[in-house]
Design a protein around this ligand. Structure first.
Ligand code: AGP
Length: 610
């Protein structure tokens, strides 16, 4: 979703803002713009389309200055055109502001301001807010006071950064619901919606919390609440290096992230597997072990890929820990007044840790008295900070919009939690040791699937012109079917559906003919025979089978048109292996169709609006 960068210092702001916006491109956007204070006036350049359009505009008509803001916009109010692109100025042209989030009462603000003679030129909610700030500013408030006063009247979410042509030594940022982080350099500050835009300047950062305002001059940073109370913030260090957010020789971030999975799965387990005791050690949730062990129910809320990981957690925890688990789309959970039994534990899963619906589900769970545990990838993210406890995925920055390595890390962490609780409840040391030993082999097994990527490439070659795909799986691999279908539709724009294999005959079977590729996850597990029956039902209708099967399964050759083999593992760990070929299949098909896999149309990496 929208990318935000602001700069104050002694360097030229334009290249700094553009580089920051480039690093935030992965979040998804449709237009871009900058506003720079130049010789006492605000110069603005903005263009619809990709950042390259803005860069060209700035080459044609350069602007420079040492104070400025830059933005990539993912449209919520109004078309993604030049007029609606950020930054937006107020009616007088004194202020320029960028905004991420949604101002819910913007219409009321706009109507009131119009009645006082303000004129509006865009369809955005942001323009209402910058003019509200302007009204206070013109009535004798300082810029900081004007921001705080205006924000106290605003309903909705915002991450804003603004400058004034009358305050050349001032950059102001504020947040509620949309992430903002301030990077602290020597005589300069870079504020952004994501550390990716800051890391090349400094590793010292402080994260703004909701209802906080950062007031930056070249030599000082003061953080206050909207109610004017000064806050002492912790300075934190960004824990990764620049190469983690670069393609490092790969054509796309998505491919790089798929290929990184042997390492990221290893990282998710690092220091967390105890071989002798046959269990897992998870420092982040240790103090909540009793809550987990005695919970009458566990509730999981998440969105998209993270929701698929939660479904796998449901299968794992119910099988091994025997605690009832409920999994819900965070967007549904937040509004349906869910019943949360006393003592229940609520899990939220989120790669970004900023997904608005998941954050709302977290807050609703807390409000209803549940302990909330978060599984997040982004360190210091809002969800990570607002939960009672949690486990980090340690997958490193995920830049490709389509989530890949975060998913396998999420499932790995869920299997660690399952192992930890199962060992305290139902299973003995020898079973625990067997599981630990098997988990240790997973990175190598993932590597061996990646090494055979050419088989998957050939299959992609044959099917990349298909209009529809069906993905089928059962048990632990039903969520994998959903995730495989999501990957394909996200990046190749092919219609794809994931289904529990047996459910197919209750409807989707009507779609099957000789043109329908059906991807079936059919590993040698407790329901293998049942899946074979489902495959035969597809074949009887001339559907074309692409099977994900277990190495050594020669029998599969009698059932499938194409086979991608994965190594054998324990049944509950299979999703960590079976998803890998499906990620690669989606990737190669999208490439053959000429799609922009890292920044697919209409999608945002972290969805910070409802
Ligand atoms: C995954 O490929 C998607 N882009 C999307 O479904 C994503 O998983 C979802 O928006 C949740 O994001 P989160 O994990 O950052 O909360």
């Amino acid at each position: 979703m929208c990318g935000i960068v602001g700069y104050i210092g002694d360097k030229d702001a334009t290249p700094i803002l553009l580089e920051g916006l480039r690093r935030l491109e992965y979040r998804g956007y449709e237009s871009a713009g900058v506003a720079i204070l130049t010789n006492g006036d605000i110069s603005i350049a903005k263009e619809p389309g990709k950042l390259g359009e803005l860069e060209q505009a700035l080459t044609r008509k350069p602007i420079s200055g040492t104070l400025g803001v830059g933005h990539t916009r993912w449209a919520t109010h109004g078309l993604p055109n030049k007029m609606n692109a950020h930054p937006h100025t107020d009616f007088t042209g004194r202020l320029a502001m960028i905004h991420n989030g949604v101002i819910e009462n913007y219409q009321a603000i706009k109507t009131k301001l119009q009645a006082s003679g303000y004129e509006f030129t865009t369809e955005t909610d942001t323009e209402a807010l910058v003019n509200l700030i302007s009204e206070f500013y013109q009535n004798g408030h300082t810029l900081e006071e004007a921001v705080r006063s205006a924000l106290s009247q605003v309903e909705g979410t915002f991450g804003i950064v603004l400058i004034s042509k009358d305050d050349p030594d001032l950059l102001i940022a504020a947040r509620r619901g949309s992430p903002l982080v301030v990077g602290m350099g020597e005589g300069e500050f870079v504020v952004a919606s994501d550390v990716a835009a800051i890391i090349s300047h400094t590793k010292d950062v402080t994260y703004l919390d909701d209802n906080e305002v950062a007031v930056m001059s070249r030599n000082e940073l003061v953080i206050k609440t909207i109610d004017n109370l000064e806050v002492n913030k912790r300075v934190e260090k960004i824990s990764f290096d620049l190469d983690k957010i670069e393609k490092s020789g790969y054509d796309h971030f998505m491919l790089k992230e798929i290929m990184e999975q042997p390492q990221t799965i290893e990282d998710a387990m690092r220091g967390r597997l105890l071989l002798e005791e046959g269990t897992a050690h998870l420092g982040g949730i240790e103090h909540e072990i009793d809550s987990l062990l005695y919970a009458p129910k566990m509730l999981f809320s998440a969105c998209g890929t993270s929701w698929h990981a939660a479904l796998i957690a449901e299968y794992m925890l119910e099988e091994w820990v025997r605690t009832p688990v409920e999994v819900e789309y965070a967007s549904e959970f937040r509004y349906r007044d869910p019943v949360i039994e006393r003592g229940s534990v609520a899990f939220v899963i989120s790669q970004s840790g900023e997904t608005a619906d998941t954050l709302a589900a977290l807050k609703e769970s807390k409000r209803k008295g549940a302990k909330v545990l978060a599984l997040c990838n982004v360190v210091g993210s809002t969800i990570a900070r607002e939960s009672d406890a949690g486990v980090y995925l340690h997958a490193g920055p995920e830049i490709g919009v389509a989530s890949t390595k975060a998913f396998t890390s999420q499932v790995t962490v869920c299997s660690l939690i399952t192992l930890l609780l199962a060992r305290m409840r139902n299973i003995g040391v020898s079973k625990g040791v067997e599981i630990v030993n098997e988990m240790k082999t997973l990175p190598g097994k993932v590597q061996s699937i990646l090494d055979h990527h050419s088989v998957i490439k050939e299959i992609a070659n044959e099917f990349h012109k298909s209009q529809n795909f069906l993905y089928l799986g059962r048990g632990y691999n039903f969520p994998v079917a959903l995730e495989g279908a999501l990957k394909l539709k996200e990046i190749s724009y092919i219609h794809a559906e994931g289904y529990p294999a047996a459910e197919m005959k209750h409807g989707p079977i009507a779609l099957i003919d000789e043109n329908m590729p059906v991807v079936v996850i059919a590993t040698k597990d407790s329901i293998y025979e049942k899946v074979i029956t489902n495959i035969e039902e597809v074949r009887a209708r001339r559907g074309r089978i692409i099977a994900i099967a277990t190495e050594g399964d020669e029998e599969m050759k009698n059932h499938a048109d194409h086979i991608i083999y994965v190594p054998a593992t324990l049944e509950f760990l299979t999703p960590i292996l079976t998803i890998i070929p499906l990620q690669l299949l989606a990737y190669y098909i999208a490439i053959l169709r000429g799609c922009d896999v890292d920044q697919p149309r209409n999608l945002a990496k972290s969805v910070t609006v409802e």
